[in-house]
Design a protein. Structure first.
Lengths: 142, 142
DNA sequence: CTATCTGCAAATTCTTTGCAGGACT
DNA sequence: AGTCCTGCAAAGAATTTGCAGATAG
């Protein structure tokens, strides 16, 4: 897994610098979590102390460009990045309006909906579904 | 329709200033379109010449706050606003990767998916689905 | 009259870019 | 060696905020 990622970097002529490895490690250690650039910076400094925010942004952008990461905006005006899971279709996200926790929803279940829309002449190559509500832990607090 | 909107503004103690009326008219004239704050500013200046961008933002924010408008981010780092249609659930959007046109998809079709997730203890109050691909007009250009 | 609203400009926040030096390969 | 990469600081872009004067109710 770790091997295949560095392979993919090499294939795209991306040099394996300490800073890039640090960012990659941070993302691997946070599999399933959605980190902002600033959060990645703080953790990456533990591995590459002098790394700057510009390099973090440049690295995240490159990794997202070759689908190693996935970039989404959950809250206003700020991107978050997560390790991509290589599935054909991107999974969905449930965002709790009370505690803010983001849960991944693995089931796709959009097939029939997309079929319906493609029958109208559209070709769908990707989708992004966000569900907002209250997670099981926050049901009682409402 | 127009009546009921001003009623709702009054109910929320929002003064009916020329600037607010101008923004509201622009949004009503662009029903079904998704405008950026800057685009609203340009059109609103035709009705209230001295209106500033800050007032446009403040007004759009207020109107979205009482669900008269709906605010979504389609492209990176920039919100777009559209007149809300008062349906229970928000409609979906198809974004063409070639021409950038945004098409509304009225069918909901998420019912069974949401049912499935609510069975796992979540309560869903809203959703946002964006489909990316190529619209009928752009099929040949691919 | 008085609380709310407005326009302006400055401030914020997130992200990108130019540049000169540094480091993979 | 040569290209790619980095950190810094400055620039950009979208949005928000402070303030003094203006205006709706």
């Amino acid at each position: 897994m770790y091997e295949s990622i560095t392979e993919r970097l090499k294939k795209n002529n991306y040099r394996l610098t300490d800073q890039r490895m640090a960012v990659l490690q941070v993302m691997l250690e946070n599999k399933g979590h959605h980190l902002s650039a600033e959060e990645v910076l703080v953790e990456a400094r533990g591995k590459a102390p002098n790394i700057g925010i510009a390099t973090v942004y440049r690295t995240l952008e490159k990794l997202a460009g070759i689908s190693i990461l996935h970039k989404t905006m959950f809250e206003a005006g700020k991107y978050r990045y997560e390790l991509s899971d290589n599935h054909t279709h991107q999974h969905h996200h449930f965002i709790c309006l009370n505690c803010g926790k983001i849960t991944e929803i693995e089931e796709d279940l959009l097939y029939s909906l997309e079929q319906h829309i493609e029958n109208q002449g559209y070709q769908i190559v990707n989708h992004e579904l966000k569900l907002y509500g209250y997670c099981p832990d926050c049901q009682t607090l409402k």
